[in-house]
Structures are given as structure tokens and as C-alpha cells.
Design a binder for this molecule. Structure first.
Ligand code: ZN
Length: 131
């Protein structure tokens, strides 16, 4: 793994950006990756132009899953909802900047899956961050 990206991922894991929940929100979605035990919930508020005004995530799991969520929430700040819906696996991998094994890929992609499910208006059950 490239040192720069390893540092970036560890930094986002240890100091997650946009950690928390938003109440009220325009959409919220949560899901998990049973293979690794990762959980992510993402809340989003939109402005009048349907751009991402506020975004927050909570979750737990491995460094890749949490860093990926943190990076993604930074990336979509101010982004039009339509563009959020178009985000791809390649976009997320570019943010992470590292090669991933298939197992780690599932960890990395959980946040994107959650975000897009929310963006497409699928109301899911939200998990609690408490034990
Ligand atoms: Zn994981």
C-alpha cells in the first residue's frame, strides 16, 4: 500500500470527518457488511437546489470501512443529488487511492452503497450506535 494513502486512511479512521447524525435529515440509510461486521449509517440534508448541504455518518468496523465513509462524506459536500446518485465504485476507489482485495473492497464500498440507497429514497431501518 502506498504510504501516502495508508496515512490518509489511518487519519480518517482515527479522526473521522462528519461523524454524527443529523436530525432532521432529508434521507438516512444504514447497512452493514456481514463479512467483516462493518456498519455505516449516513444522514444527508439537502438545500433548495437539491445539493448536499450537510452530511454525517456513524458506524463501526474496520479502518477501511470507516475511512471510506469519512472520505466520502467530505467528497459529496455541496454535490448535487443527481451527481451523488451517479457515483461509482471507481470514484470511491480513487478517493481511497489504494488497491484492495475483494474482501476489503466490500468494506470500502459499504459507505457508497449506503449513500446511494439513501439517495435513491429507499428508507431503511437505522441501526443504533449503542451496544
Ligand atoms: Zn471491513
Amino acid at each position: 500500500m502506498d504510504d501516502f494513502y495508508r496515512e490518509l486512511i489511518l487519519d480518517h479512521y482515527k479522526h473521522p470527518r462528519n461523524k454524527g447524525t443529523l436530525d432532521p435529515h432529508d434521507f438516512s440509510y444504514a447497512d452493514e457488511n456481514p463479512l467483516c461486521g462493518d456498519q455505516i449509517r449516513i444522514d444527508v440534508r439537502l438545500d433548495e437546489q437539491n445539493r448536499v448541504k450537510d452530511v454525517a455518518f456513524t458506524g463501526r468496523g474496520c479502518a477501511i470501512s470507516q475511512a471510506s465513509a469519512s472520505l466520502l462524506t467530505e467528497h459529496i459536500q455541496g454535490m448535487p443529488l443527481e451527481q451523488v446518485k451517479q457515483l461509482t465504485k471507481a470514484d470511491l476507489l480513487e478517493l481511497l487511492g489504494i488497491e484492495l482485495t475483494p474482501v476489503r473492497l466490500k468494506c470500502a464500498l459499504l459507505s457508497l452503497k449506503v449513500l446511494k440507497a439513501g439517495a435513491y429514497g429507499l428508507e431503511g431501518a437505522t441501526y443504533s450506535d449503542e451496544e
